[in-house]
Design a protein around this ligand. Structure first.
Ligand code: SF4
Length: 407
C-alpha cells in the first residue's frame, strides 16, 4: 500500500518501523503477533496475582477498575525496569532521589521555572542517577530477584528521573498491594517476575530488534553530547524499553478500542516534529495550547493529514512539545464525546496513554515511524512520519482514501 512519504530515504537515528520498506505495515503485523505471545505467557504466570490485585483495588476503591491486561502490562513493566535500573536505583542516595523528584514536581507545576530547573536536574541527574561504572555489571542483575524494598528503591529512582510519571503512580499502588502479601507469596511472584523480564528481553530482541537496531550506535556515538542536560536519561533509555513501549502501545490500543469506537468525534494529536523543514516558516495558527495547520505547504505531512481529516471526519491538533500534552489534555480533552489519537515516539507514548486513561479519555495511539526532533535526536531535525494505514484503521477501520489527500 502506498504511503504518502515525501522523503526518499530516512536517516535512522534510533528506531525505524519502516526498515527498508515503503511503509511500516509489516511492523504492525509483527507487533500484534509479539503481543499475543507475551500476553499468553504472562497470563499463564501472573493471572491469579492480577485477579487478586484487582480485587484489592475494588475493595479499597483505589480507582476505576481497568482491564486485566492493563494491570499485567504494569507488572511486566516493573520487572523490566528492575532489570534495567535495579543496580542504579540501589546505588542512589534516597534523599537526593527525593530532592530530584521534588524538583520535577516543581517544574511541572511552575512552567516558568522549567529552564532553570532543567539546568539543575540535568547536572544532578547525570551525577547522581546514572552510575556508568555499574552499567557493565547490569547483566549481574539478570537473575537477581528483587525484594519489596529493592522495588521501593527502584520506584523512587524512576520518580527522580521524571521520565515515568504515570508509571510511578501505578507502581506505587502495586507496592502497596505486595506489602500486604506474605513473604512467601512476594518471593514467589518476584522470582517469576525477574525470570519473565529476562525472557521478555530475549524474545523482544529476537523479534523486534530489526526496528531498533540503531539505538546502541546512537548511544555510543552521541549520548555523551547529552551529559549534564535534562534529556540525558531520556536519550539513554535501553532498547528493551522501546520494545516494552511497543508492546504496551499495542496492549493499550486493544484494551481502549471499544471506548474509542463509541465516541462521535475524533481528534488526532500530531507532534510538531512532523512539520516540513523542521517547522521553519510554519504558518500554523496558535490555538490556546496547541497549533492548527493553515496549509502553507502541500508537501508537509501535517497538512496532508489535516486534509485527510477534513474528508474523513477527524480534527488535527499540533502539540508543540510533549510537555504541552498534559495541559492540553486537562484543558480540552476531558470532553467525554471525543476520541483522541495520540501520535508520538515509543518513549513518550506509554506515559501519554496512561495519562489519557487516568483522565478517562477514550484514547488510541500510533507510533511515529521514526524519531527526528531536534530537541533530542538530531541537531538539524528530521521531519517525522506515521503510518497512514494504521491511523485510518484506528480512526474507522477503513482503508485510506488517497483521493482525499489531494491538496
Ligand atoms: S503545512 Fe501546516 S503544519 Fe506544515 S508548515 Fe505549513 S502551517 Fe505548519
Amino acid at each position: 500500500m502506498e504511503q504518502f512519504n515525501n522523503e526518499t530515504s530516512i536517516k535512522t537515528i534510533t528506531y525505524n518501523l519502516m526498515r527498508n520498506e515503503e511503509n511500516s505495515d509489516f511492523y504492525y503485523n509483527e507487533i500484534s503477533n509479539f503481543t499475543d505471545a507475551v500476553l499468553l505467557k504472562a497470563d499463564d504466570r501472573f493471572r491469579p496475582l492480577v485477579k487478586l490485585y484487582m480485587e484489592y483495588i475494588r475493595q479499597n476503591s483505589l480507582e476505576n477498575l481497568r482491564s486485566e491486561h492493563e494491570y499485567l502490562f504494569e507488572f511486566i513493566s516493573l520487572g523490566v525496569y528492575w532489570k534495567i535500573y535495579g543496580l542504579r536505583s540501589l546505588a542512589v542516595n534516597p534523599y537526593i532521589a527525593k530532592f530530584l523528584a521534588k524538583l520535577y514536581e516543581l517544574r511541572r507545576n511552575h512552567r516558568h521555572l522549567k529552564p532553570s530547573i532543567d539546568y539543575i536536574r540535568g547536572i544532578l541527574g547525570t551525577i547522581f542517577l546514572v552510575k556508568e561504572d555499574l552499567e557493565e555489571n547490569t547483566n549481574n542483575i539478570n537473575s537477581n530477584i528483587p525484594s519489596l524494598n529493592n522495588l521501593k528503591s527502584l520506584v523512587l529512582w524512576l520518580e527522580a528521573t521524571g521520565e515515568f510519571k504515570e508509571e510511578v503512580k501505578r507502581f506505587k499502588q502495586w507496592l502497596g498491594y505486595l506489602s500486604i502479601r506474605s513473604v512467601i507469596d512476594i518471593n514467589k511472584y518476584l522470582k517469576r517476575l525477574a525470570e519473565f523480564a529476562s525472557w521478555f528481553e530475549l524474545k523482544s530482541e529476537f523479534l523486534l530488534s530489526n526496528y531498533t537496531y540503531n539505538i546502541e550506535e546512537f548511544q555510543r556515538t552521541k549520548l555523551d553530547g547529552h551529559k549534564f542536560k535534562e534529556d540525558y536519561i531520556f536519550c539513554s533509555r535501553k532498547k528493551v524499553e522501546y520494545h516494552l513501549s511497543m508492546f504496551g502501545a499495542e496492549v493499550m490500543n486493544r484494551e481502549f478500542r471499544d471506548e474509542f469506537s463509541k465516541t462521535v468525534r475524533k481528534a488526532v494529536l500530531l507532534p510538531a516534529c512532523m512539520r516540513i523543514n523542521n517547522g521553519m516558516n510554519c504558518k500554523a495558527r496558535k490555538n490556546s495550547l496547541d497549533l492548527v495547520c493553515t496549509g502553507c505547504n502541500s508537501q508537509c505531512r501535517i497538512n496532508q493529514i489535516t486534509n485527510l481529516g477534513k474528508n474523513s471526519g477527524f480534527a488535527v491538533h499540533i502539540i508543540p512539545h510533549s510537555s504541552s500534552f498534559t495541559k492540553w489534555l486537562e484543558s480540552w480533552g476531558v470532553d467525554q464525546g471525543i476520541g483522541v489519537v495520540g501520535v508520538a515516539c515509543p518513549l513518550n507514548l506509554i506515559t501519554g496513554g496512561l495519562e489519557m486513561k487516568a483522565l478517562d479519555i477514550a484514547a488510541q495511539c500510533v507510533l511515529l515511524d521514526y524519531c527526528g526532533c531536534k530537541n533530542h535526536w538530531d541537531n538539524g531535525g528530521i521531519s517525522t512520519a506515521l503510518n497512514i494505514n494504521e491511523l485510518m484503521r484506528i480512526i474507522n477501520s477503513q482503508e485510506v482514501n488517497y483521493a482525499a489527500l489531494a491538496v
